[in-house]
Design a protein around this ligand. Structure first.
Ligand SMILES: *Cc1c(COP(=O)(O)O)cnc(C)c1O
Length: 239
């Protein structure tokens, strides 16, 4: 366990260095970017070590895994982010531990999250997940709404009791015009964010960038990067 702790500390330091360098290169202040560590497939013991090492934000993508893990870490002050594709029948469970749902991609999901949040007496932050490969019509392969659907979903979140509209999120697409062009993809997300902020000035969160492309996200203007592999190691292939 001490060995794991040392390994996580070393990985965190390296990621911190990457974020700091990317901020410096972009002329941004380090505190403009929040690190969210994606802990999916890794045990609650790792989450607890991360919390002890100063991590404040963790993310999960499957409710079945996240719910028990969050319960096992209830003694720590952590913000839990949900970043996976989410069915409406899981809204109640997710709202019981998540502070932020980054993957809201349809109005119906916002409605379900709102009902669950009201019932739980909680306020849940929501980001609209944008699928940049849905631009030519099709739905995003990794979840997300087409860019032209963002205003409607954002308005629904903003109007919903129990929800707070935080901003936008994306995963760099594997297909479409932005495939392999992370920087351009994240710049497109910034345009979508600017348009959103014109209507909802407080919705200024931009979640973009993962282990392989966090520098591109910081350069484009992301406020949150979601890093898994670079902190915890390469995930087991299944799941
Ligand atoms: C797994 C995951 C990440 C982290 O990816 P890494 O490449 O391991 O850093 C970020 N965002 C989402 C939505 C994920 O599912």
């Amino acid at each position: 366990m001490t060995e794991r702790r040392a390994q996580l500390a070393e990985n965190l330091a390296r990621v911190e260095e990457r974020i700091s360098s990317a901020c410096a290169a972009a002329g941004r202040k380090r505190d403009e970017v929040t690190l969210v560590v994606v802990t999916k497939t890794y045990p609650a013991s790792d989450v607890r070590l991360l919390a002890e090492l100063g991590v404040c934000h963790v993310a999960e993508n499957r409710d079945q895994e996240a719910a028990p893990k969050a319960a096992e870490c209830s003694g720590f002050t952590l913000d839990w982010h949900f970043v996976g594709q989410l069915q409406t029948n899981k809204a109640r469970s997710v709202v019981s531990y998540a502070d932020m749902v980054q993957s809201v991609d349809r109005t119906r999901l916002a409605t379900a999250l709102s009902a669950a949040a009201v019932r739980a007496g909680r306020e849940v932050g929501c980001l609209v997940q944008v699928a940049l490969d849905a631009e030519e019509g099709g739905a995003g392969g990794r979840g997300g709404a087409a860019p032209d659907e963002v205003p409607e979903i954002a308005d629904a979140i903003a109007a919903a009791e129990g929800l707070r509209l935080g901003g936008v999120m994306t995963v760099a697409p594997l297909t479409g015009v932005y495939a392999g062009r992370q920087r351009a993809a994240f710049e497109r997300l910034m345009e979508i964010s600017a348009r959103l902020r014109a209507e909802h000035p407080a919705a200024n969160m931009v979640s973009a960038g993962m282990s392989s492309d966090l520098e591109d996200a910081v350069a484009a203007g992301a406020t949150h990067v979601r890093v898994g592999t670079a902190v915890l190691g390469v995930r087991p292939r299944l799941r």
